[in-house]
Design a protein around this ligand. Structure first.
Ligand code: CP
Length: 308
């Protein structure tokens, strides 16, 4: 595997190998001496055309802890703000002799497009409403740490599915790992073509959060992406919370062993209450921590180690 553009690039064995290596990287992360020499002499550029806190920082930390040289280029503060195209930007950066590009872009398919212009390894760090494969890997890693093997585990992904790249990558990876996935959203935020998609990929979907809640091993709440809803968003915030928010009442209906995930950033009080975000079953900060280990593993497999 030269690039990681989609969770569909990963067979079950690939995914398990990356998750196993991530566990070893997590051990490194917990120790005082964190640096491994495996990417010494390699240069990675984080090319971010959209804002990010978790993904960009954790890729930077991951690369540095593997001893790579890591440079951040974002749209703000680069020649992108002067109108330079994606092609010219990618080729300019690549011409400096970089080994890897980690790309976040508002256009679905941009990282794949870049692989046709440059020789460097490319990782998709989130492209439009398409995919975010390293988020899915870190989510799977975090759930697996708490729940064990994900085969047969019941996972609901709830919220603004229409605008979510996280749901697409998670759905693919969780199905690859054998989890039983249900998507839940209000009708206005359910992707069009959901019936065909669900039949093809073998997952269920519905509009009633309360119906699925008592049977879950994990619930993943998604952010309502107001910035991608130019015409306003429906239902109203209050209706959304009543129908689809992880509220105090719903926490009572969630089994004690079940875990709560959210890729962040959260709209506290909209899709998730502070009670849910901060309670013992919440793995939200574990996800953030796993982001470093998982991205170390991905960079290692793509640039420095054995073929994944
Ligand atoms: N989950 C996620 O991609 O967060 P950032 O936008 O902060 O990177």
């Amino acid at each position: 595997m030269k690039h990681l553009l989609s969770a569909a690039n990963l067979s079950r064995d690939d995914a398990l190998q990356i998750l196993d290596t991530a566990a070893q990287m997590h051990d490194v992360q917990r120790r005082e001496v964190k640096k491994l020499p495996v990417l010494r002499g390699r240069t990675i550029v984080n090319l971010f055309f959209e804002d990010s806190t978790r993904t960009r920082s954790s890729f930077e930390i991951a690369g540095k802890w593997l001893s790579a040289d890591v440079i951040n280029v974002s749209a703000k503060g680069s020649s992108v703000s002067k109108g330079e195209s994606l092609r010219d930007t990618a080729m300019t950066v690549a011409a400096m002799g970089v080994d890897g590009l980690v790309i976040r872009h508002h256009a679905s398919g941009a990282p794949l497009q870049v692989t046709q212009w440059v020789d460097a390894m490319v990782v998709n760090a989130g492209d439009g409403t398409h995919e975010h494969p390293t988020q899915a890997l870190l989510d799977a890693y975090t759930m697996q740490q708490r729940l064990g093997d994900l085969a047969g585990k019941r996972v609901a992904i709830v919220g603004d599915l229409t605008h979510s790249r996280v749901v697409r990558s998670n759905l693919i990876l969780l199905r690859t790992l054998g989890a039983d996935v249900t998507l839940v959203a209000p009708p206005t935020l359910m992707p069009s073509g959901i019936a065909n998609w669900s039949a093809a990929e073998g997952f269920s979907y519905g509009y009633d959060f309360d119906e699925v809640l008592p049977d879950l091993d994990a619930v993943m709440m998604l952010r309502v992406q107001k910035e991608r809803m130019s015409g306003g968003y429906f239902p109203t915030p209050r209706e959304y919370t009543v129908g689809y928010g992880l509220t105090r009442d719903r926490l009572r209906a969630l089994p004690d062993h079940a875990v709560i995930c959210h890729p962040g950033p959260m709209n506290r009080g909209l899709e998730i209450t502070a009670d849910a975000a901060d309670e013992a079953r919440s793995l939200i900060l574990d996800q953030v921590s796993a982001g470093v280990a998982v991205r170390m593993s991905v960079l290692y497999h793509l640039l420095g180690g054995a073929e994944a």
